[in-house]
Unconditional design. Structure first.
Lengths: 116, 91
């Protein structure tokens, strides 16, 4: 894909899916510990998300870094908004701001898992 | 100059940190699929800097990524980080 095509394709993914994780590997088989950590958190919360394996397509791997102005993978988008990479998502999970974003954006997740 | 001291110098100049830990974790990742095996691929940072005050997490990380853009375009393949302004609780 050309870089313009890649940008359009990425834009379409984050518009068509409420939660999108650009990762190395898949949610079932992460191929990098950092991607795996974010998949674990989303899985634990029972969030329905689209995983995109950047190892499948070098143009997407490079393209999403430019698109987000973020040099590393994974990258999490919620309702089209860039949230951050592994460290930020983990901190957001730990301090509850991830669940707050999900609530604000009307994304369903399993609240029964959470401690009061 | 090692990549680690190169990063330390750039971060010291740009962020005037009150604490700057740089941990080379490359060995932990040796042999994984996309690990280059250079010993200079995976780093973990803990930075306390007044420059971070009032900035979101994403903005803080982007700032560090910009300061270390050359390293990230080179041998540094993963950069985990914790960023704090002075007075924030270290977790």
């Amino acid at each position: 894909m050309s870089s313009q095509d890649v940008n359009d394709w990425i834009r379409k993914q984050i518009a068509n899916h409420d939660v999108v994780l650009f990762m190395k590997g898949t949610k079932q088989f992460p191929q990098c510990g950092f991607s795996g950590q974010v998949a674990q958190i989303l899985g634990y919360l029972g969030v329905d998300y689209q995983d995109i394996n950047v190892l499948d397509d070098m143009s997407v791997r490079d393209g999403v870094k430019a698109f987000s102005n973020w040099p590393t993978i994974p990258q999490l988008y919620i309702k089209g908004e860039f949230q951050g990479g592994c460290d930020i998502v983990r901190e957001m999970f730990q301090d509850g701001s991830l669940m707050q974003v999900l609530d604000e954006k009307g994304i369903l997740y399993d609240k029964s898992k959470l401690m009061a | 100059m090692s990549i680690e001291s190169q990063m330390r110098e750039k971060l010291l100049i740009a962020l005037e940190p009150t604490r700057l830990d740089i941990i080379n974790e490359s060995e932990l990742h040796a042999g994984h699929r996309s690990s280059p095996g250079t010993g200079n691929s995976h780093f973990r940072l803990l930075i306390v800097s007044p420059v971070f005050a009032g900035k979101s997490r994403v903005d803080r990380h982007r700032l560090v990524n910009t300061i270390l853009a050359d390293e990230l375009a080179g041998s540094v393949h993963a950069l985990a980080m914790k960023t704090y302004a002075p007075g924030e609780q270290l977790t």
